[in-house]
Design a protein. Structure first.
Length: 287
């Protein structure tokens, strides 16, 4: 089997590492290659991927995972469409609205390929491709045994594209919203001089959340992944708006996630993203 990755960020790299034993050939393309990003090229090489200089080159793969930024999910597949046909399976793992997945599915299926809406329901590390996923689309039931044979922890969410991502988009309003509420409340507590009192009160009211470890974890996740989470929350907003509900809540969550991701404090930089570190950078970047 030849596996291709359209987009080679954290999710694609984790899937690749997990699927190494299953694939004779792994092809990878990322738009950053077009701008000469040597770090991206190195990330592909060190994991043993054959570098696809263009998206079209992924047509040589049998199973193609799309893992790009949320705003690019439909645009990224366009150069690949003329090179898709019967025998190709296009797996859309992007965190986007059901409508976006339906649009992508229509384009892929018009090219003659099978389309799978895959929703990744937990962080891809440490379980990599064994992270629980949901599958949807006309070919989902047919493909389920193959995914299970590859080691995926997969379940069917429905026959229509968008059924899997709908579950993720709605769930994300709570999960990413809880992150946003936590970090914003604690930053406000520190700024107003009542941090210890707020932390003690929350620890008493919600002991099951394992304070203060819970707070530290939310700081780390939002500073490391805030920008990507912001893009996902805009898709959650589109999902809620399409249902006639209040997408504005998800937009507000996206704004907090974006600010956290832009504050420049991550453990990758050798800094522990404490409340004090984050607050200083958030205030420094306030209008």
């Amino acid at each position: 089997m030849k596996i291709g990755f359209l987009g080679y960020g954290e999710a694609a790299r984790a899937f690749h590492e997990g699927l190494k034993d299953a694939a004779a050939v792994v092809l990878a393309h990322d738009i950053l290659l077009l701008s000469g990003d040597e770090a991206m090229r190195e990330a592909m090489s060190v994991r043993g991927a054959q570098i696809a200089e263009t998206a079209a080159a992924l047509g040589a793969a049998d199973l193609i995972f799309s893992a790009v930024t949320a705003d690019q999910s439909l645009l990224a597949v366009q150069p690949l469409l003329p090179h898709l046909g019967p025998g190709h399976v296009f797996v859309d793992i992007n965190s986007v609205s059901p409508e976006r997945k339906r649009q992508t599915a229509a384009a892929v299926e018009a090219a003659g390929a099978n389309y799978i809406d895959m929703a990744v329901m937990a962080p891809v590390l440490p379980r990599k491709h064994r992270t629980p996923v949901l599958l949807a689309g006309p070919a989902a039931s047919q493909m389920l045994p193959e995914f299970l044979a590859l080691g995926f922890t997969a379940e069917i969410a429905g026959d229509a594209p968008g059924a899997a991502t709908a579950i993720k988009m709605v769930r994300s309003v709570f999960v990413k919203g809880l992150e946003a509420i936590t970090v914003e409340a604690l930053l406000a507590a520190r700024a107003s001089g009542c941090f210890d009192e707020i932390l003690a009160s929350l620890s008493s009211s919600y002991p099951g959340l394992d304070w203060p470890h819970f707070a530290e974890y939310q700081m780390e996740r939002t500073t490391r992944h805030g920008r990507r989470r912001a893009a996902e929350m805009h898709e959650s907003a589109a999902t809620l708006d399409a249902l006639g509900l209040h997408g504005g809540l998800a937009v507000a969550i996206a704004a907090v996630q974006e600010r956290m991701g832009a504050c420049g404090v991550t453990s990758e930089q050798g800094l522990k993203p404490t409340v004090d570190h984050v607050l200083a950078r958030r205030l420094a970047r306030s209008p």
